[in-house]
Design a protein around this ligand. Structure first.
Ligand code: PLP
Length: 369
């Protein structure tokens, strides 16, 4: 039997840079600063400059990055926040955790990203109650940001990008994360930029938003022991920041590997009954996932699993159908169909083109059976 292919491989991601990561960890251990010290500060500078300048604020995880970003741009309890329902439930959880109300909007059938036309209808129907829009840059593919920004501005809403799957993706030559008022990142180990534990960050080009974020993540303190605003504890720690500094150096190269693998899938799978990822003009995705669609999704997943090819389903149940966030009266047929049909084939930097060929051959075999 050939080796199992995984949907993501954080261990391989560690081994690829093991010596440098061990040296970084040793440096932190020996330095004696473990929380909000020089590694976090330096990582924040490096991550901001990866976006061409601006401000990055390290936080505890991607969900809290969304919560703090929404609060920092002015979202308050009772406000409506529009997002999509085919995301990680974390996206809705973040909105709900700050007392705001998630409002789910339909997606585009081809890209599975937020539909500007549907957003326009929701913004009109909500009559000024929407304080923020959260487009999810799903699978490493940025949504139609110019149209989404224009609609949000027109309705007085802020835009917070969920960039947890899109580190380094670009649209019209401009990075995801730089379009909205703020962008939330997760460094969960399986993400394109992954820590070896939890971590997150908010990027913003707005100095006032960055200042708010620094207060919010540390009890509202500007001065130690004096809470200026209600805040909390959501800190990135020094060990994870030091590890992320190593990983960030390789992000572009690893995204390029993902691109090579994805291009090979696109070539091999052309002409199969699968619906392949659609990449709008001007978009350079970073292939966090390679999401195909078929009405026979479960059968294909089982066929591949029997060959030790493990696929993910991101996501099997739309958020508006999950018990915690259920909106029984809401029907989002395009979203519901995407969740029923989507299958994410293995695509990560530890795979070789031969692995992609093996997946492709199995899919061709299955599609002929
Ligand atoms: C991973 C992820 C999150 C949550 O990040 P955590 O670090 O796990 O809290 C939010 N949104 C999306 C789209 C994600 O993929």
């Amino acid at each position: 039997m050939s080796k199992p292919l995984l949907t993501a491989d954080p261990h391989a991601g560690f081994l690829a840079h093991a010596d440098e990561i061990r040296a970084a960890v040793d440096r932190v251990l020996a330095g004696g600063r473990y929380i909000l010290g020089p590694e976090v500060e330096t990582f924040e500078r490096e991550f901001a400059s990866y976006h061409g300048g601006g401000h990055a604020v390290g936080v505890a995880n991607g969900t809290e990055a969304l919560e703090l970003a929404l609060q920092a741009v002015g979202v308050k309890a009772g406000d409506a926040v529009v997002t999509v329902a085919n995301s990680a439930s974390a996206t809705a959880a973040a909105i709900q955790q700050i007392g705001a109300q998630p409002v789910f909007v339909e997606i585009e059938a081809d890209t599975m990203l937020m539909s500007p036309a549907a957003l326009e209808r929701v913004l009109a129907a909500q009559k000024g109650k929407v304080k923020a829009v959260v487009p999810v840059q799903l699978y490493g593919l940025p949504a139609a940001m110019p149209a989404i920004l224009e609609l949000a501005r027109r309705h007085g809403a802020k835009v917070v990008e969920d960039c947890a799957q899109a580190h380094g993706a670009t649209l019209d030559g401009r990075k995801a994360g730089t379009w909205g008022d703020a962008a939330a990142y997760s460094f969960y180990p399986t993400k394109n930029l992954g820590a070896l534990g939890d971590g997150g960050a908010v990027f913003t080009r707005d100095a006032a938003v960055a200042e708010q974020l620094r207060l919010l993540r540390l009890y509202g303190w500007r001065q130690r022991y004096v809470s200026e605003i209600p805040g909390r504890n959501s800190r990135l720690d020094e060990l994870q920041a030091a590890i992320l500094r190593v990983k960030l150096k390789y992000l572009d190269a690893e995204n390029a590997t993902r691109r090579t693998l994805a291009e090979r899938y696109l070539k091999i799978l052309a002409g199969t009954p699968l619906q392949l990822p659609v990449i709008p003009p001007g978009t350079e995705p970073v292939w966090h996932q390679f999401a195909v669609r078929t009405p026979r999704r479960d059968a294909l997943q089982a066929h591949l699993a029997a060959q030790e090819i493990h696929c993910g389903v991101l996501y099997p149940m739309p958020i508006h159908r999950q018990p915690a966030y259920a909106v029984p009266a809401l029907s989002l047929p395009v979203t519901e169909r995407a969740c029923a049909e989507v299958l994410c084939l293995p695509v990560h930097p530890a795979l070789a083109t031969g692995d992609i060929d093996r997946v492709g051959e199995e899919i061709l075999r299955w599609s002929r059976s």
